[in-house]
Write a protein of this length. Structure first.
Ligand code: UGA
Length: 436
């Protein structure tokens, strides 16, 4: 199959490289000349484990190429994926679809022969219908079927998620399109990954429902963590105790500083708006959004409490800035709210992140001091805060950390250390939802 992938952001690049690895011929298209030039030199615009090798291997085998020229890429393609951004629209929280529609117009004019146009970007219910209208207006004679095929990739594990998915969802009622999609994903059929064919609107909603459900699960355990702190229970054991029930499942029950990233915050908000406008508000999701927002700043209060409530003039060392490990993505990272709240309270901040510091500089105020290692970060600080659970922070030399810190205070927002061990080492140690 010949594939054109429009948009070489996170989703487009990973999906394009993986389809090429399946043996298809893929052209990744982006308007950004510099990005395309970098990709041709095997410089990735994002940090994703394994991606540079995957891209290099498939470029070498002539299955993967990069271009700014959409027209020939689309003309030759059996399937064209729209993988452009759908950011939150300023003001109302709706997904901004202008990039999706612009891409659809260009694709319509460039397509030749039967072409399947697939929306991979996360788009609200009914967007497929609108894309179909846009295409019909731009090129009334084009032979195009519009399909929904949402992605469920996690940053940091995206290649594995693409190649061994829990499921693939395809929304279409067009038989020819269904055959093209089945052929594209054939290697997964061989791996026995379930492919769910459904109608387009249902497929679009499945994506939002999945993210909203996961966000709800996290928020539920986060609120329980607060309760655990107040009644002297252990949230990790509560999570294990409920997670062993197969109906609940063990995953996404790690209490922490609140969910962030480019997906959950944006998608929960967009689903909330869609539901309100459809006259069936999702009150549960509305509450999840509110609770999660409040949680990020509550974490700054927790840090202040570990220093007797006053951080004015104190130096706080933050370990981990990205919204989760194995990415350099800072979008909606809890660290952003935490940093602002601590600075407002008069604290000084030192920070270290294994991959995210360049990105972090775009999101955080200039007053932050960036350091070259966890140890340099800890030097002279009044408290050390673990914000993101990078592997490298799990086996710190805590004796050395204690010597470097001004005060032996650790606030572990990801529960990566054991309270009893920290007490033995002489730390004043706070974590999330666990007794001291
Ligand atoms: C999420 C979904 O997991 C993917 O299936 C989906 O494709 C993607 O959004 C998307 O819509 O594109 P991602 O944002 O990469 O993927 O990250 P997750 O691993 O889901 O983590 C999201 C946030 O939840 C992070 O801030 C993480 O720290 C937090 N989290 C996750 C918790 O606080 N506790 C948990 O138990 C799990």
């Amino acid at each position: 199959m010949r594939v054109a992938m429009i948009g070489t952001g996170y989703v487009g690049l990973v999906s394009g490289a993986c389809f090429a690895d399946f043996g298809h011929t893929v052209v990744c298209v982006d308007k950004d000349e510099r990005k395309i030039q970098s990709l041709r030199n095997n410089i990735m615009p994002i940090y994703e484990p394994g991606l540079d090798d995957l891209v290099a291997r498939n470029v070498k085998a002539s299955r993967l190429s990069f271009t700014t020229d959409l027209t020939p890429a689309v003309a030759e393609a059996d399937a064209v994926f729209i993988a452009v951004g759908t950011p939150s629209r300023r003001g109302d929280g709706h997904a901004d679809l202008s990039y999706v529609f612009a891409a659809a117009r260009e694709i319509a004019r460039a397509s030749q022969g039967f072409t399947v146009v697939v929306t991979k970007s996360t788009v609200p219910v009914g967007t497929g219908d609108e894309v179909e209208i846009v295409i019909g207006e731009a090129a009334p004679d084009a032979d195009i079927a519009v399909v929904s095929n949402p992605e469920f990739l996690r940053e940091g594990a995206a290649i594995e998620d693409f190649k061994r998915p829990d499921r693939v969802v395809v929304g279409t009622d067009n038989d020819r399109a269904r055959k093209v999609m089945a052929e594209l994903y054939r290697p997964l059929f061989l791996n026995a990954s379930p492919i769910l064919f459904t109608d387009r609107r249902t497929s679009e909603l499945i994506k939002y429902a999945a993210n909203a459900f996961l966000a709800t699960k996290i928020t539920f355990i986060n609120e329980l963590a607060d309760l655990c702190e107040n009644v002297g229970a252990n949230v990790q054991e509560v999570a294990r105790g409920i997670g062993l029930d197969k109906r609940i499942g063990a995953k996404f029950l790690h209490a922490g500083p609140g969910y962030g990233g480019s997906c959950f915050p944006k998608d929960t908000l967009a689903l909330m708006r869609t539901a309100q406008e459809a006259g069936s508000p999702l009150r549960l999701v509305e509450t999840v959004v509110g609770v999660n927002d409040a949680r990020k700043t509550a974490m700054a209060r927790k840090i202040a409490t570990s220093l007797d409530g006053d951080v004015r003039g104190r130096t706080i060392a933050l370990l981990g800035l990205t919204f989760k490990p194995n990415t350099d993505d800072m979008r909606e990272a809890p660290a952003i709210s935490i940093v602002h709240a601590l600075l407002d309270k008069g604290a000084r901040i030192r920070a270290y992140d294994p991959e995210g510091m360049e990105e972090a500089k775009k999101y955080l105020p200039d007053s932050i001091v960036y350091t070259g290692s966890p140890y340099e970060c800890a030097e002279g600080a009044d408290a050390l805060v673990i914000v993101t659970e990078w592997e490298a922070f799990r086996a710190l030399d805590l004796v050395r950390i204690k010597e470097l810190l001004n005060k032996p205070v650790i606030v572990d927002l990801r529960n990566i250390y054991r309270p009893a061990e920290m007490a033995t080492l002489g730390f004043s140690y706070e974590s999330v939802g666990r007794p001291l």
